[in-house]
Structure formats: structure tokens, C-alpha cells
Design a protein around this ligand. Sequence first.
Ligand SMILES: Cc1ncc(COP(=O)(O)O)c(C=O)c1O
Length: 344
Amino acid sequence: MVLLLKSLKDLSPENHRNEVVVPAYTCYSVASSIIKAGLKIRICDIDDETLSYNIDQLNGIPFDNVLCILTANLYGLPNQLTDLEKIAEKHNVYLVDDAAQSINSKYEGRYAGTFGIAGIYSLDKGKNITSIDGGIIITRSRDLSDIIDERYRELDSPTFRDNAVTAVKILIYYFLLNPYFYWLPANLPFLKLGKTIYDDKYPVKKYSSMLASIALLQLSRIDSITSSRVDNGLWYDTNLSQNTMVKKIAVLENVSPAYLRYPIRILDRKKRDSLVERYKKYGLTISYPNSLDKLNEIAEHVVGIEECHVAGKVARQLITLPTHIFVKEKDRLTLCNIINSLSE
Ligand SMILES: Cc1ncc(COP(=O)(O)O)c(C=O)c1O
């Protein structure tokens, strides 16, 4: 994301454009990447039903200094991407389609990540395909791709030690992904599992060919990897009930979701927190604990702060359920029973 945003800044013919518009509920590393790229963050609230942008608030933003609008496509659920493409076009700014969590999902028949001028996919932990580190940038612009290539060549390469450490992490990760072993990391507080902490200390380096070969291997099986996530996500969607305590996230029309995880809202924060505390051993987690407008670490880089009531509420209510290939019928049944038994 840092590389892409810096390259986009180079591409822009208008030097004063230094703001990146982000949905108020997204991954903290999106915010830190914008700051690392030397740009400013403009935050916009999200929609109460879909977690996608609040389109009215987005349309009301002053676009004079905006370089690009970022999508979020959280949990494998694409945002309203064609609308966002139109808004970006109307205001003469770039759209960057952040499909870090949405590889292989589609909106109106097009893959998330392919909207706007460029998109990214993350290969980090917990993603549909993962090499623990790294990511993919795609772009339809030859000029942008040339700038990215040039900037990429200037990055440091990972050292042998970097690669060795990552290889060990990959082995541990696959071992711990099995629900049978969830109790183990859940009881190791130093792993800070399920906790999102703001971090801007990560290096921006070249991707190693060793990791690329691991990611490519998975990429060749992406449909089958995604299909188990989709099966589990759809199963939760059918079997979880909504009531005054539980609210589902609406999937937009014409979406093929990839369900990286299954998000759902527990409307009472205390109940949400105690649920997660009791059942984190089953892979139940909260997502981002704050909306970006409430994240102190980034405050000095934020411009034109808007009230983001919905994002704040979602941060207090959301939980996510695991959907990966090792989640068995009895695991999802257990989670479903726990949530369905919540009463007022
Ligand atoms: C929406 C979103 N964008 C960007 C990123 C950053 O990806 P990475 O972790 O590969 O740096 C993430 C990571 O989870 C994400 O969820």
C-alpha cells in the first residue's frame, strides 16, 4: 500500500493532492500506510447495513486536495465498487481498490481489487492465500506500473534471516489454524491474538521469491480455498438468526462474497466482549476495536474530521467467526448455537 500510494502521488499531475479518503472502519495498517507514504487521511463514515461507504457523506467531501479514494472490502464482502468508481471519476480522483481481504470475491461479475486505477491483495496472516508477509499490486495503468517498478527496484531485499523466520512462522501458522489447537494461542497473551494494535514500524521491502512460490502454489488452488470459506460463510448466514441482540451485515446485491471471515454484530457491547472472552478458544474474535476517527495514534495526520457514528458503533459491536478450511461442521454448529442462544 505504501509503494502504491507513493507511486500514485508521483503519477498525479497535480502536486497539491495529498489526501487519501478511507472508510472510518478499516484495517489500521491502511492508515499507517497512508502516513508512511507521506499523505494525509480523510475519514468518511460507513453504511449501517453493509459496512461500505456512507455515500452521502462521501459525496459531500471537499475533493480539492484528494489524491484517491480507498475501498475496504472487509471480510471478503465487496463494497459498492461501481458506484465508487463513478464517484472517483466524477471528482477526478483515483480509486484504489483495497481487496486485502477480498481476493476472489466479485462485484457485478468483476473481481474485487480490479476496480479503479489499481488494487491490492494482502498475503499476510489470516488471508485467503498467505505467505505470512507480502502482497500483490495490480493496475490497469501502464504509466503507474512503470513508476511502481522503478520504486520497487529501489527497495531493500529481504535477508536470508527474514526468509528463515517467515518460513518458521508459516509452519506454526498452519499448525495453529486447526480449531483443535485454538486453545493454545488463545492462552498465550503475548501473542495478542485477535487484538488489533496500531503499528507503523514495519519495513517496506521487496517480496522474496521463496514466499512468492508459496503464494503462487495457493493461488493455483484459489477457487477451492475460497469455496470452503464461502460454504462456511453461507452456512453461518443461513443458520444464524437476527434478533434484538444480533444484527447481520447485509451483502450487497450482485456480490459473490469470499467470506474471509463471517462478520456479525452483537448489539450490546458488554455481551459482545464477554462472548469473545469466553469463546475466543473457538476462533471467535472482535475485529478493529476503534473506528479510525477515534484512533489517537493517527490523529495528527487526519484532515477534516467528520463524525463517524456508524463506524464507532460497529467497532463496539462486531465479532467475526472463522471460515477457513479447517473449520468443521461441529465447530460452526458450536459457534452458531452460542450466538443463537444470546437473549436480551
Ligand atoms: C482492508 C485491509 N487493507 C490493507 C491491509 C494491509 O495488508 P497487510 O497486512 O498485508 O499489510 C489489511 C490487512 O489486514 C486490510 O485488512
